[in-house]
Ligand binder design. Sequence first.
Ligand SMILES: [Zn+2]
Length: 141
Amino acid sequence: LDVQFDVSAIVTRESEPYHRWLRASEVRMQRCRACGYLRPPASDDCPECLSQDAVWEILSGRAKVETYIWYFQDILDRRFTQEWAYRQVPYNVALVKMLEGPRVITNIDNCQFSELRVGAMLRPLFVPISPEFAILRFELS
Ligand SMILES: [Zn+2]
C-alpha cells in the first residue's frame, strides 16, 4: 500500500462486501431478486422497488468510457482535505459503463492525456486500501 487511506471514509456498512470482493479481485454488485435491477452503490434497499432481497452478482469487470475530465491543477483545499484524497496532477475522473449496464465514476490509471477516448474499452484495477479492502479503478485494455 503506497498511500495511507482512511478506510472508514470509503467503506460503509453497506459497501463493505463490495470492497471485500474487490480485494479478492472480483467486481460484484447487488442484483435485486425481486425486480432484477443491478445496483451500485451498495444499499440495503433496491432503489427501484424497495425490496431488500439481493444477491452479490459477479461482473466481468469490463467497461467502456462514456465521458471524462482531466485535472491539471490541484483544486483541493489542503486545509480541509485529508492526505489520502490527493492525486498527482494531471489525473482524470471518468464516467464508465460496465458491460453489464451500471455506470460508475472512477479514475482511469496508467493512461496519458492523449490516450483517453470516449468509447475506449477498460479492464479493472483492484487498488488495495487495507489488508481487507480495495477500490475499483480502471486502465485501458
Ligand atoms: Zn428491485
